[in-house]
Design a protein around this ligand. Structure first.
Ligand code: ADP
Ligand code: NG1
Length: 466
């Protein structure tokens, strides 16, 4: 794939009516707050991952699409040496001001503006900016937060984009994706690169197969006769504030080393399952066999791992653990490995099914793969929750051909594939049987935010304000 061009500027006038109204509102609020209009608005979309969960950080391809919901930042350059940041939703996100020389990202207590600082810092470091310009910023987001639709990455990407643009740096979308994937880790979570890649590289109308090392994308045509519907179970989890996510990353890293050791591969030469599979030149079926024969069901204790690998506790921490997992004592290896290898295989099957000509077989195959993915996430990776299991089951019972959690999990959204002719009855059933009974958890949410059909949207862009 050719490297996409640097960001093309878009005009505010070219946005649709809804976005235009929103941008006008942002400009007005910006003026009230800072005394003048912004110079530009940067925009980065959230995403829904259709299949390929918790495998990007293991080196495997994933298949997301950008959604219409996004995070936008209205920005004006200043010469104050400061970043002043506020949010249109001031009730939930408080203002913050800091000197550029004193940007702190507090992993132990992540606040919303820390995500912005991740993107800022990423660009400053990558471009070796000695004197980055100051910025007044107003943020507004429509991606539901903590819901697996990547609100955090949209915020990091919009920050990276705004910082690059304000400092006159034109960076390719591929590089932006790479920089932002790395710099979101400043907040503490050790994600792959899926969210930032799709946020920058998405094109309207197509989902993308995203592969890593090197980062590349392939367009995937989705079926005509079905739609993808997102439903939010309305349980929220902030990944950066818990260790669930990094625990899984650690288990995958350890498991990579244990399987390497068992199969005569130098443990220091492989970091991810993908590295290992490449070294072993093994098919997915073969490597799944190695998992079955080599790893036991019971959790591995720390001492057992040290003994198998022949390394010290310090080395285990250095190779596999993070700030918030360094004291963990037990690790599930077999279940996590089974999920990752089988999920990586399902992604490729999903892509193949998208290319099938026979419509009915295609949609059914996609549905079955999505449901199998959910079962694996729930049972082997344990990244679902009761509410998501119930909601995905209800979606299947209401006419979806398949349904699965999307994003990191432990709450958040499900994505379902629904035949177009069944869409209306599907939405009615899911609404009455899930959302109408939610009570408290629906507070502050509208129906069209928690249950909606979605189409592949476009990637990040900058709008000049005139
Ligand atoms: P997600 O799955 O949505 O990426 P995370 O738990 O990774 O969820 O990150 C969500 C965090 O991103 C929120 O807790 C908040 O700090 C920040 N965030 C999300 N949306 C907004 C927004 N509209 N404005 C400001 N910060 C936001
Ligand atoms: P979300 O759903 O945005 O928390 C996270 C990771 C992804 C990927 C998915 C699981 C970050 C920024 N994102 O996404 O890289 O690993 O979980 O597939 O950590």
């Amino acid at each position: 794939m050719a490297t996409p061009p640097i960001f093309q500027l878009e005009k505010l006038m070219d946005t649709d009516e809804k976005q235009h109204k929103r941008f006008s509102q942002m400009c007005e609020a910006f003026k009230q707050k800072y005394g003048s209009r912004p110079e530009f608005i940067a925009r980065a979309p959230g995403r829904v991952n259709l299949i390929g969960e918790h495998i990007d950080y293991c080196g495997y391809s994933v298949l997301p699409m950008a959604i219409e919901q996004d995070i936008c930042a209205a920005v004006k350059k200043t010469n104050t040496g400061e970043i002043r940041i506020c949010n249109l939703d001031a009730k939930n996100y408080k203002d913050f001001t800091t000197s550029i020389k004193n940007i702190i990202i507090d992993k132990s207590n992540p606040q919303w503006f820390h995500y912005f600082f991740c993107g800022f810092k990423g660009i400053v470091e990558n471009e070796s900016l000695q004197e980055p310009v100051g910025m007044d910023i107003l943020v507004h987001g429509t991606v539901p937060k903590n819901a697996g639709l990547s609100s955090s990455s949209a915020l990091v990407c919009v920050a990276g984009l705004a910082t690059a643009f304000a400092n006159g740096k034109s960076i390719s979308k591929l590089n932006m994706a790479d920089i932002c994937a790395k710099c979101e880790r400043y907040i503490g979570t050790q994600g792959g690169g899926m969210d930032q890649s799709i946020s920058f590289l998405a094109e309207k109308g197509a989902a993308k197969l995203i592969s890593f090392n090197p980062l590349r994308t392939e367009e995937v045509s989705l079926p005509d006769g079905s739609v993808f519907v997102i439903s939010n179970c309305c349980v929220e989890l902030n990944k950066a504030a818990t260790s669930h996510f990094n625990q899984r990353v650690a288990e995958c890293k350890i498991s990579t080393k244990v399987l390497a050791k068992q199969n005569g591969v130098d443990i220091t030469s492989v970091k991810t399952f993908k590295d290992l599979q490449t070294k072993l030149e093994a098919s997915f079926d073969k490597i799944l066999d190695l998992v079955k024969t080599g790893l036991h069901d019971e959790p591995y204790s720390r001492s057992e791992i040290l003994e198998i690998l022949g390394i010290s506790d310090e080395q285990l921490v250095e190779y596999c653990l993070s700030e918030n997992t360094k004291d963990v004592q037990t690790f599930k290896l077999r279940q996590r490995s089974e999920h990752v290898f089988s999920e990586a295989q399902r992604v490729l099957k999903f892509k193949e099914a998208c290319d099938l000509k026979d419509m009915q077989n295609k949609d059914e195959a996609l549905g079955n793969l999505m449901t199998a993915s959910h079962v694996s996430c729930s049972k082997s990776y344990e990244c679902s929750c009761l509410e998501l299991d119930q909601l995905t089951q209800l979606c299947r019972d209401s006419g979806a051909l398949g349904s699965r959690l999307t994003g990191a999990g432990w709450g958040g959204c499900a994505v379902s594939i629904v035949p177009s002719e069944k869409l209306e009855s599907f939405l009615t059933k899911v609404k009455t049987q899930y959302f109408d009974n939610l009570g408290q958890r629906m507070t502050g949410r509208t129906m069209d935010e928690v249950l909606f059909a979605t189409k592949p949207g476009s990637g990040a862009s900058v709008y000049v304000v005139n």
